[in-house]
Design a protein around this ligand. Structure first.
Ligand SMILES: [Zn+2]
Length: 322
């Protein structure tokens, strides 16, 4: 023993170092559990935040759920990262929206070389709309080029669709985790009840709005409009990220003026410039709505629908919460 250091202190030091090591090991293990190797629970991978909400509400703690898109990313991208490929390579179940939303998913699955991966399309069996169906913009032509799909994939923005999607997700989860199937179905039933009251709440909020018409940033809110008695009269960008041509914008200006539309929406994932340009020319106002959501938590879907509804109600002349 060196002079000046009491054996008690050495003993305490050893305890402190041991405790620190244990904490380090525990946090490393926790960090691995959050995105690293398997932790013993089935791994369910979802593509977009609303599906993450559905899967976590159904799966509870008995599943590990990870989402492919990082917060704020648009699902209308065309590429994927090595980290996303690694997650899919390890997945027991991949839950996608389908209906042409995840144009990158086939290549992603192919890149993993897996032929045994269970993939479920949560939108299967729903009643689809074509993109931008309600009213074609006069002059047509759009912003150039064809949209890559002829189905509008944003089905989850009608809560009655979300309820059906939860049913599809629940069947898929029960199939990969049969020993907990009864628990999954019980949690799903509770969640569907919450979605039913959310649907009723949105219907109440949107029932008597002074105005019904809006211009959407991209063709994201048709299902919402159909469910809640509103009208997406046109879209700014035929395919999100592709800015409208001057001719298309001129057609939109005429339409917005003719119909007296006062609400133009932008989305957090994309530039607000086209919406601002249209608003400047017409006297309409720009509001931001988010069709996809950014946060990964079980309540995100419900929070997103409530936040977007508050914006719709305000933009269309109503009183949110009234
Ligand atoms: Zn979209």
């Amino acid at each position: 023993m060196r002079p000046g250091i009491h054996p008690r202190i050495v003993g305490d030091l050893v305890k402190v170092v041991c405790a620190a090591t244990l904490i380090l090991v525990a946090s490393l293990a926790a960090a691995c559990g959050a995105g690293g190797p398997k932790d013993g629970r089935p791994l369910v991978v979802t593509s977009i935040p609303p599906l993450y909400s559905f899967a976590t509400n159904v799966g509870g703690d008995s599943l590990r759920v990870e989402n492919l898109l990082p917060p704020g990313a648009s699902p209308h991208q065309t590429s994927f990262t090595p980290a996303q490929a690694k997650l899919v390579a390890e997945a027991d179940l991949l839950i996608i929206n389908g209906a042409g939303l995840e144009l990158w998913v086939d290549d992603l699955i192919k890149s993993t070389g897996r032929t045994d991966l269970r993939v479920v399309e949560a939108s299967k069996g729903l009643d689809f709309l074509r993109p931008d169906e309600p009213i074609p913009v006069p002059g047509g032509g759009g912003s150039g080029g064809e949209p890559p799909t002829n189905v509008d994939p944003h089905v989850w923005l009608d809560v009655s669709n979300a309820k059906k999607m939860v049913g599809t997700v629940t069947d898929a989860i029960a199939a990969i985790d049969p020993k907990n199937a009864a628990d999954h179905r019980a949690r799903a039933a509770d969640y569907v009840k919450r979605l039913e009251s959310l649907d009723a709440e949105i219907k109440r909020q949107t029932a008597d709005l002074p105005r019904k018409d809006f211009v959407s940033f991209h063709s994201a809110f048709q299902y919402y409009a159909r469910a809640y008695g509103l009208r997406q009269v046109a879209v700014l960008e035929e395919f999100p990220g592709k800015e409208p041509s001057p001719a298309y914008l001129a057609g939109l200006v005429d339409l917005v003026k003719k119909l007296g539309v006062t609400a133009v929406f932008s989305e957090p994932q994309f530039s607000p410039r086209p919406a601002e340009a249209l608003a400047r020319e017409t006297g309409a106002k720009v509001y931001q709505v988010d069709p996809e959501g950014r946060e990964l938590r079980p309540s995100m879907y419900e929070d997103l629908m409530r936040a977007d509804t508050r914006t719709f109600v305000t933009a269309l002349g109503g009183t949110p919460g009234g």
